[in-house]
Ligand binder design. Structure first.
Ligand SMILES: *Cc1c(COP(=O)(O)O)cnc(C)c1O
Length: 481
């Protein structure tokens, strides 16, 4: 081994953080242009002897400068961006001072405190209790695991122990729901085919009549309606499904009601749209990703349920001698290692897990509810500004409501046969030539440009710059075709 224990942490972190500060100044162009160089520098066989802290130089000089552009102010493509500074520092603190969330430490305490704060921030009832996991994918899996446990218990099956017993079940979500719902159904042994993809109304929200119809048809066919999934902020357009109506149908047909708020749950803080979350209090489970709109480093999502004992029934692990055997009896707890603390590892699918609570706590402590609210409102303002500019311009068209911080718009002009192809070319040129990095998606079959503003580095001028760039590139492409 190298002299890792003797190396100074602050020297090592300083070396890396100087390189990171440089990186964030974005003066190095795109990593892809230099790929021959960094691939060459990073090639080679497994080293026989190490280079000790020389690796810090390689990190600083070769790896970091060739990272991703997702931290740039104009990155609006995915619903994850470069994290804030304080959460990065908190994440480092947790990595060093509490490599696990378990044992009776300040970090374990912050796990629960931050979950309670996060739930309160997002308008959940105080009896909703949470558990962290690595992202919305796992958070949805955990929630649907609870739904599976609960719904099959209604017909006398312990799904965790017995599987689904050949029982036909159905999960309902709109066709705009995130595809991780399908994957979760597959992983949970329910089968992807059990997911009913329900059509949407004119605003990309689940169509309640079609949902009712599908649930009735399944019940008549002897299929157990297991769960209704509503999305509070769809990934594509930011639409919020009618939560109360979904909850009422779930109740009527005896199904669990899950709200996927991975991206959009913090949107409830913006008073212009908070009424759209009416019915959230009826949810049996809710997820939110702090690594999306709250700016945490990637790897942090939360699942909330009313009663964590359902998660315990769905996910508890079998006793392990090396774990249980090493703990004192509960009446003789004197040091931090005498207990694991709240048994989060029984509430999901991860045993070893970072202490993520310290990161979320740091975010909420840094900004407070008002600071987070201001950020959400600012981001929603950016989407509204794009929509306003696009509506005012003859050659731009907005295709959806601008509910949260996503605006779906496109370039339009007479005499161009294939607007989808034109807008796809505009998007490619934006990404290749400009500092503006939105994504594209399909709305009602039309290709649109889709900025999603959750990036705390973005200002109004960036949003306005995007609109100007779309117009300029669109005009150029049309005039040269
Ligand atoms: C992003 C997203 C997910 C998946 O979350 P990851 O953190 O990327 O795993 C699930 N649902 C919705 C609505 C999302 O926007």
């Amino acid at each position: 081994m190298t002299n890792d224990v003797r190396a100074s942490l602050s020297d090592a972190v300083a070396r890396v953080s100087d390189a990171l500060e440089d990186f964030l100044r974005y003066d190095r162009g795109d990593a892809y242009e230099r790929r021959d160089q960094w691939r060459h520098s990073l090639a080679g066989p497994l080293p026989e002897c190490g280079i000790a802290d020389g690796v810090l130089d390689e990190l600083a000089d070769i790896v970091i400068p060739n990272g991703t552009r997702m931290s740039e102010a104009g990155f609006w493509g995915w619903i994850t961006v470069g994290p804030g500074t304080i959460p990065v520092a908190a994440s480092l603190a947790a990595t060093v001072a509490s490599p696990q969330r378990a044992t009776l430490t300040a970090f374990n305490h912050l796990e629960e405190l931050s979950l309670d704060w996060l739930g309160e921030l997002c308008g959940l009832a105080p009896n909703m209790k949470g558990v962290y996991s690595s992202g919305g994918s796992v958070a949805n899996l955990v929630a649907l695991g609870a739904a599976r446990q609960w719904a099959l218990a209604q017909v006398g099956i312990d799904a965790s122990a017995e599987g689904v017993g050949g029982r036909a079940v159905a999960i309902y979500c709109s066709r705009e729901a995130h595809h991780t719902i399908l994957r979760a159904a597959g992983v949970l042994g329910l089968g992807r085919h059990c997911v009913r993809s329900i059509g949407t109304d004119g605003h990309q929200r689940i169509d309640i009549d079609q949902l009712d119809e599908a649930m009735r048809a399944d019940r008549e066919a002897g299929i157990l309606p297991l769960c209704v999934v509503a999305t509070a902020g769809t990934t594509n357009t930011g639409a919020i499904d009618p939560l109360r109506a979904c909850a009422e149908l779930a109740r009527r047909y005896g199904a669990w009601f899950h709200v996927d708020g991975a991206y959009g749950l913090p949107g409830i803080l913006d008073e212009r749209v908070s009424a759209l979350y009416d019915g959230l209090e009826l949810a049996d489970s809710v997820i939110v990703d702090p690594h999306k709109w709250l700016g945490a480093p990637v790897g942090i999502a939360a699942t909330f349920v009313r009663d964590r004992s359902i998660l315990h029934r769905a996910f508890t692990q079998e006793p392990a001698d090396y774990l249980e055997g090493s703990f004192a009896d509960p009446d003789d707890v004197r040091v931090s290692l005498d207990s694991l603390g709240i048994p989060y590892s029984d509430f999901g699918v991860e045993l070893s897990s970072p202490a993520r609570g310290a990161v979320v706590w740091a975010i909420l402590r840094e900004a407070g509810r008002e600071g987070v609210r201001a950020r959400i409102v600012h981001d929603n303002d950016l989407a509204r500004r794009v929509a306003q500019l696009a509506r005012a311009h003859q050659r731009l068209e907005v295709l959806t409501d601008t509910t949260l911080s996503i605006c779906c718009f496109r370039y339009v002009t007479e005499g161009v046969a294939d607007l989808d192809e034109l807008n796809a070319r505009i998007l490619r040129r934006l990404i290749q030539e400009t500092p503006f990095l939105p994504s594209g998606t399909l709305v009602d079959g039309h290709f649109v440009i889709r900025p999603c503003f959750i990036n705390f580095r973005s200002e109004l001028s960036h949003a306005e710059g995007l609109v100007a760039a779309v117009l300029r590139i669109g005009d150029e492409l049309v005039s040269t075709s």
